[in-house]
Design a protein around this ligand. Structure first.
Ligand code: P6P
Length: 326
């Protein structure tokens, strides 16, 4: 049941098949929200004993959330295929030759926070399926830049369960009501150009590039340092929660490349973490930087589980980071 969300999608002029997929994804997240809220009582917060393609230990909730999205979203008639952080390969759903969609998701981002009761979330991205003869989707169909996204969003499972979504315009915000419907929150997401708050895992300081170390030290020096003003710091270690804060009250979120990563461009995944979050941030007036090319939405895509250096949020701060040649 998604009442306010349906009205939003109509206002956005979304194609019926795209609206149906978004509604299916949002409704799957209602079920995941229940599991997150009450699952720990049933031991779902514990490790499953398995590892995903990233080599990360999968919690039982990771696997259950993934299965719920696979089951519920497959019902959307326009869905051609899905891809998930939790699965090595793409999952063909139906062989469409006309309009169709590809859904990518991180079913439960930040799941290492489940057992310490910290907000986690589901991130999703929707790409147009290439128009081809009716055939099963392949990985190459998914290798599109972030600019190609037809829609992107996340659900943060926190004190409130909140859906943040963009189809064409600025992010729209919905709160899960007791009756299971997504109710427009009325909030407007607009990121101020100047950052007062930064989010980064400061324990990685010694691994960063020299320019990144210098930039963060400028924040820490505050009014006594080169920036001439104080900054605040937050690090929840749950991307959905940290980026939701940036969208809600401004600032920047960084997970930059560091020496431990070697040839890998970063820690976070491009297609189903960085691209959807960046589309939301840039449509809220923010900016992004992938440490090399400019906007993360223009980062060339070479693989389904490709990683990327992530800097996103307040446009003036991102411009300084780009200028610093990070
Ligand atoms: P660290 C969660 O595992 C995640 O993928 C993001 O949600 C989060 O921003 C980051 O990793 C946290 O990483 O190194 O601080 O534990």
């Amino acid at each position: 049941m998604s009442t306010g969300l349906e009205a939003y999608l109509r206002e956005q002029g979304a194609p019926q098949s795209l609206s149906e997929l978004i509604l299916a994804t949002a409704d799957a997240c209602v079920e995941i929200a229940q599991l997150v809220r009450f699952g720990a009582a049933g031991d779902l917060a514990s490790a499953s004993g398995a590892e995903n393609v990233q080599g990360e230990v999968q919690k039982k909730l990771d696997i259950l959330a993934n299965d719920i999205l696979l089951r519920d979203c497959a019902k959307a008639a326009g869905l051609k295929a899905m891809a998930s952080e939790e699965m090595d390969d793409v999952v063909p759903v139906r062989d469409l030759d006309g309009e169709g969609w590809l859904l990518l998701f991180d079913p439960l981002d930040g799941s290492s926070n489940i057992d310490v009761n910290v907000s986690i979330g589901t991130i999703f991205s929707i790409l147009p399926a290439p128009r081809t003869e009716a055939r099963p989707a392949i990985e190459a169909d998914f290798l599109q830049t972030g600019r190609a996204q037809a829609a992107a969003g996340y659900v943060v499972y926190g004190p409130q369960t909140t859906l943040v979504l963009t189809v064409t315009g600025a992010p729209a915000v919905f709160t899960l009501a007791a009756d299971g419907s997504w109710t427009p929150s009325g909030a407007t997401m607009s990121i101020p150009a100047k950052a007062k708050e930064f989010a980064i895992n400061a324990s990685n300081h010694r691994h960063w590039s020299e320019p990144m170390r210098a930039h963060v030290e400028g924040w820490l020096a505050g009014a006594d340092g080169p920036r001439g003003r104080d900054f605040n710091m937050r690090w929840i270690a749950s991307m959905v929660a940290d980026v939701h804060r940036v969208l809600t009250r401004g600032g920047v979120f960084l997970y930059p490349w560091d020496k431990r990563m070697g040839e890998k461009a970063g820690k976070l995944r491009l297609l189903y973490e960085a691209n959807p979050m960046t589309l939301l941030v840039e449509r809220a007036g923010g900016a992004s930087f992938d440490g090399k090319n400019g906007s993360i939405l223009d980062t060339p895509v070479t693989g389904l589980h490709q990683r990327v250096s992530v800097m996103l949020g307040a446009s003036e701060e991102i411009a300084i980071l780009i200028e610093a040649g990070l």
